[in-house]
Design a binder for this molecule. Structure first.
Ligand SMILES: [Fe+2]
Ligand SMILES: [Fe+2]
Ligand SMILES: [Fe+2]
Length: 422
């Protein structure tokens, strides 16, 4: 049954999201590929915005470059690629993530206007295609410049307290000087020479101040475009693709978990609006896995205790991202609890019985079911009866909800088809 318009408007009321905030959330999610340094995209956006001020750009252009700058690395989902981009000023493999980023942004209409700037954010100033208009060339190249400045800053604060950046600002900046006029527009270099004199330029890059600075910048440009519920849903699907693309073994995992949870919740009689929220939560439940190093996700054997410990933060990482996009509903909570078990043996909270609400029970069963239906680095895809054999045992041990599991078994063929659909 499709949700009625009344129910949908009930959902969407608490859920109008403006484009800038959506971009900030996507950036937070994607910045996880930096593992410990999870602020690169946001810092680049802010640096772009500050430089735009010093270049004398007007409001709409400043707003544009703040968002485009935040989103610039949306084509990176691999922690290995991220590392290469950080280690080398000009890496020959850099173009691939620009192309992927361009495609990613184009597939979501509210973000498509930023696509071309992202496509060319590793192209030398002199080599930018003549077919691009002047503004777009400037956007692309300012991102390149801010990106390289942030890499220099990030490597500095790796070994120094934050405030030391004030004393070493000229040194950090001097890393870019040999490339002025070559990789980057000389004009940007000059504007940056002035911008870096302000203490706030450096201080606000610090994690504690960063979100506030970005939120202020977003609202000061009074640019408000709201996304509809349908758009938020397609944004969720898009992010899920980036998460699932991280490893060949998790292809479509999030999308399939979302669809299994959506169907199961219908069988269980949840109201339509709650089902759509649960589907969104399913789409994004593993977004925190962007922070898990590639080697762990693709390891062809059992994980050791250190790797398991590293994996175990992903539900809370998912929560952090979802909370900022959906502060007023249960989406973030459900996602953060998808590895809880009724007998208290789950993580990260170790909730027991009634502490785990019904939609969370559905989501966690959908997650277990889909993962078992899917090939893993250490095993082949299981047949439906093999899947149920394993889940029967979990049910007998009191780990999963029996009523939901009974519904799943009664509809096993339909749900198996959804879980393995390509
Ligand atoms: Fe970057
Ligand atoms: Fe998970
Ligand atoms: Fe999952």
């Amino acid at each position: 049954m499709e949700p009625s318009s009344d129910e949908i408007s009930h959902v969407t009321q608490g859920m109008s999201v403006d484009v800038g905030r959506a971009a900030l959330t996507v950036t937070k999610a994607l910045d996880y590929v930096g593992i410990d340094d999870k602020s690169h995209g946001r810092r680049v956006g802010l640096i772009c915005h500050r430089l735009a001020h010093h270049l004398g750009w007007e409001k709409t252009r400043r707003h544009f470059i703040l968002i485009a700058g935040m989103l610039h690395d949306c084509g990176v989902s691999s922690t290995t690629v991220h590392q290469k981009l950080v280690d080398e000023m000009e890496w020959e493999g850099a173009e691939e993530h620009c192309i992927r980023g361009d495609q990613f942004l184009q597939s979501f209409p509210p973000f498509s206007t930023f696509a071309t700037a992202v496509r060319y954010h590793h192209t030398r100033w002199q080599d930018l295609p003549e077919t691009l208009d002047r503004e777009t060339r400037e956007y692309a190249n300012l991102i390149f410049f801010a990106d390289r400045l942030d890499v220099a800053y990030a490597s500095f604060i790796l070994n120094h307290p934050y405030h030391e950046a004030l004393l070493s600002r000229e040194n950090i900046f001097s890393e870019l000087t040999p490339y002025a006029g070559l990789l980057f527009s000389g004009e940007f270099h000059k504007a940056a020479e002035r911008a870096i004199q302000k203490d706030s330029f450096w201080l606000e890059l610090r994690d504690e101040y960063l979100d506030d600075a970005i939120m202020e910048a977003l609202s000061s440009e009074d640019y408000e475009v709201s996304l509809s519920f349908d758009e938020i849903e397609s944004l969720g699907e898009l992010i899920s693709q980036v998460v699932d693309a991280k490893s060949p073994y998790t292809h479509y995992h999030s999308l399939r978990v979302a669809d299994v949870a959506y169907t199961l919740s219908g069988l269980a009689g949840l109201p339509p609006y709650e089902r759509r929220l649960l589907r969104l939560s399913g789409l994004l439940h593993d977004v925190g896995k962007l922070r898990t190093p590639d080697e762990i996700l693709e390891k062809p054997g059992a994980l050791n205790e250190h790797e398991i410990a590293q994996m175990r933060s992903h539900p809370l990482d998912s929560k952090r991202v979802l909370k900022s996009l959906f502060p007023n509903n249960q989406i973030a909570k459900w996602a953060s609890e998808h590895h809880e078990k009724l007998d208290g043996s789950g993580y990260p909270f170790g909730w027991k019985g009634d502490q785990i609400d019904f939609p969370t029970r559905i989501l966690s069963i959908a997650d277990i079911f889909q993962a078992l239906c899917q090939k893993r680095p250490y095993r082949h895809r299981l047949l439906i009866d093999e899947v149920l054999e394993i889940m029967d045992e979990m049910n007998a041990e009191g780990k999963i909800d029996t009523s939901v599991y009974t519904l799943l078994k009664a509809n096993k063929d339909e749900l198996y088809k959804i879980a393995i659909r390509m």
